[in-house]
Design a protein around this ligand. Structure first.
Ligand code: MSP
Length: 669
């Protein structure tokens, strides 16, 4: 029988800057849905892409001294690379500067003019518009500030093509009434309804003032305005634009309409009002659902590059991997984002909470359960899954978890689904602690009981790996193999999952820890140092070394390229005398140090707390790098760096110091 189809999309990301954790959030969530749906037997098309037109791209390119095309080519690659790093399994990637997309947009407007000749007309537009958020702030020429970013909006006055949105008010209201699931969550549906009930204004869908866009068919002075252009990409990616009416492509016919457009809450109006109206006018099927999630906040505000409060995914993934010595970063980030935030509402991003979650739920939770179960089968049962002889103790509990977590996945309640799964992990943990297999193993008469206990534990781990796979794909595949299971976990059907799938006699694999614990301070500092490199590539000390941020960073490895004396002279080194030092709460390795450098006393954070007690440091003469760009760690500013040697195999910091009397501020060269 033919598989049912499922088509989901992320928004098409602006290609004017690199993606941050907020952008990755939508993409990761969609990847979890795509993987889950595939495991439920669907043929899934998952589209993402880059939004490469518009005035903000033009401006970003100008600032960077490159052409818009060069800028978007460069940034698009960063998106593709990041999605690869995060294990995103999209099936389609659309670029709005592609020839296919231009054809699709022009085809859509031509089709609309044929089928609904009054839906589009030409008129003068005057209004205020925010170029950063691509938002009409007001339809009058009076000065106005953008409600999203607060910046003054620009005056636009020119002839435009308009879409007669006002004519679609009733049809939209009918749609919402007939299908209350069209917009989710419910409270967003209510917002959209109120907005439409208040009356709709026609919207401009072309621009004369912008050059960087798709030309209007037969009127190339106009280019398409960003939303008409961007929204159409959901169809372009599937091959819309072919044949007389645009809808001849087989992939398009199979997958359109979308089952869900996943978006952030600030772009709901464009998706839940404009988009269905554009499609109604073109007589094309409407998407089945628009789901608007909340924002990831960082330091209490929406994470965004223009506000400067961003965290990037690469340092998290790579930082975790370096500190843990295993490929765990991707799972760590995915699990944290899905588990910590109630999907649909705003959530807070914190590196501290991310690392805590990793250690508690992944290292101590699933990782520990899997490795102790597999190790005990290895040690006590010769590495073979035993037959289940007695009746299982919590098969009912497991079946309940399968049902409950599936309902939650189906409803996009990811924090709820993961909570169900991790509750089951706690139940098995307790069961093992109570049953004490290590004691059963010592008594030959308890052999059957031992076999049953370990069967139950291993079977539950198997179920957990299947349910958890969409969220943490890397580690679950490894546990799957440790349980002696063949093939790809992704091919297992979660909708057919039930108790008892583990076959007696299966040879287990090598027991190995899938989530090594990480030292919190070390992980935090490593991630922050790498982050700094992205934000400020010239100033940050290289990441990937000892992790003792602020104590000299990483020395050039022997054999790396030589530098000239001019390069060395760029580093300003001075004698400093430590005035005082104190510990920083929650940071095991960092000390806050006040150091006199002659003409001022600087605050410097140094990762030397494991080698030096703060009270022993006052009066010590040290070498300070004084012209390093200030950086923040743990919310505190570090304004300089103390030089230290990395001693022994563990790189223990030893401060550079002077035996002779020397005045603070003296130059070191
Ligand atoms: N180009 C438009 C979308 C066009 S879709 C036809 C756009 N791009 S965007 O790059 O600004 O945003 C893309 C998505 O990332 C949006 O869904 C937005 O909500 C999401 N996020 C950007 N920052 C975010 C957070 N801080 N938190 C959660 N999601 C956020 O809008």
């Amino acid at each position: 029988m033919d598989k049912p189809k499922y088509y989901l999309t992320t928004p098409i990301y602006y290609a004017n800057s690199r993606p941050h954790v907020g952008s990755a959030y939508t993409t990761i969530v969609c990847d979890v849905i795509a993987r889950y749906k595939r495991m439920c037997g669907y043929d899934v098309a998952y589209l993402t892409g880059t939004d490469e037109h518009g005035v903000n791209i033009e401006r970003a390119a100008e600032k960077a001294g490159v052409t818009p095309q060069e800028l978007v080519d460069r940034n698009q690659k960063i998106f593709v690379e990041l999605w690869k790093l995060l294990g995103i399994q999209h099936t389609h990637f659309v670029r709005t500067t592609s020839v296919e997309h231009a054809r699709a947009v022009q085809m859509l407007v031509r089709r609309t003019l044929r089928r609904s000749p009054h839906a589009i007309y030409k008129a003068r537009y005057e209004g205020r518009y925010c170029i950063y958020d691509n938002l009409y702030v007001s339809d009058s020429p009076e000065p106005a500030d953008c409600p999203i970013c607060g910046r003054p909006a620009e005056l636009i006055s020119e002839e435009n093509y308009f879409f007669r949105l006002s004519a679609f008010q009733q049809r939209l209201l009918d749609l919402y009434a007939k299908d209350p699931q069209f917009v989710q969550p419910d409270f967003r549906m209510n917002e959209v309804k109120s907005f439409v009930e208040a009356g709709l204004k026609d919207v401009s869908i072309s621009r004369k003032s912008i050059k960087w866009g798709i030309p209007w068919p037969d009127d190339p002075e106009h280019v398409f305005y960003v939303w008409y252009d961007a929204l159409t990409s959901y169809m372009t990616g599937l091959g819309f634009g072919e044949g007389h009416e645009g809808d001849a492509n087989r992939t398009f016919q199979r997958f359109w309409p979308a089952d869900v457009h996943m978006i952030g809450k600030e772009i709901i109006r464009f998706h839940a009002v404009y988009w269905p109206a554009f499609l109604m006018a073109a007589e094309l099927p409407l998407p089945k659902q628009i789901f608007a999630h909340g924002w990831l906040l960082f330091e209490q505000e929406k994470m965004s590059k223009s506000k400067g409060n961003v965290a990037y995914p690469e340092p998290i993934v790579k930082g975790f991997e370096q500190v843990a010595g295993a490929k765990v970063g991707n799972d760590a980030l995915r699990y944290y984002l899905l588990r910590e935030t109630v999907f649909g509402q705003d959530g807070n991003f914190s590196r501290d909470a991310l690392i805590t979650r990793y250690n508690a739920d992944l290292a101590n939770g699933l990782g520990n359960l899997a490795s102790r179960t597999v190790s005990m089968i290895d040690r006590y049962l010769g590495g073979e899954i035993p037959p289940a002889t007695e009746s299982a103790e919590f098969d009912i509990e497991v079946e309940k978890t399968i049902g409950a977590s599936r309902i939650k996945f189906d409803n996009f309640d990811f924090s709820g689904a993961t909570e169900e799964i991790w509750n089951l992990i706690s139940v098995v943990d307790r069961f093992i602690s109570d049953a004490k297999p290590w004691e059963l193993a010592a008594e030959p008469s308890k052999k059957e009981r031992l076999a049953q206990v370990l069967y139950d534990a291993a079977e539950t781990v198997r179920v957990v790996t299947v349910l958890g796979h969409p969220v943490i794909p890397d580690a679950t595949q490894k546990v799957w193999e440790q349980l002696g299971q063949k093939g790809k976990l992704a091919d297992v059907r979660v909708d057919q999952l039930e108790w008892g799938g583990l076959a007696a006699g299966t040879k287990i694999g090598k027991p190995e820890a899938v989530f090594p614990r990480v030292d919190k301070t070390e992980a935090y500092e490593r991630i922050e140092a790498m982050e700094q490199e992205i934000r400020n590539p010239a100033a940050a000390p290289a990441a990937g070394g000892t992790g003792s941020a602020g104590t000299g960073g990483v020395a050039a490895a022997p054999g790396t390229a030589k530098i000239s004396i001019e390069d060395f002279a760029k580093v300003e080194l001075r004698v400093g005398i430590i005035k005082s030092a104190e510990r920083i709460q929650g940071a095991d390795k960092l000390l806050k140090i006040f150091v006199d450098i002659g003409d001022e006393v600087r605050q410097v954070l140094a990762g030397i707390a494991l080698s030096y007690a703060p009270e022993d440091l006052a009066g010590r003469k040290v070498v300070v790098v004084t012209n390093l760009a200030p950086r923040k760690m743990r919310g505190l500013e570090s304004n300089g760096m103390l030089l230290a040697a990395a001693a022994g195999a563990d790189g223990k910091p030893v401060l550079c110091t002077f035996a002779e009397d020397i005045a603070p501020g003296s130059k070191v060269k």
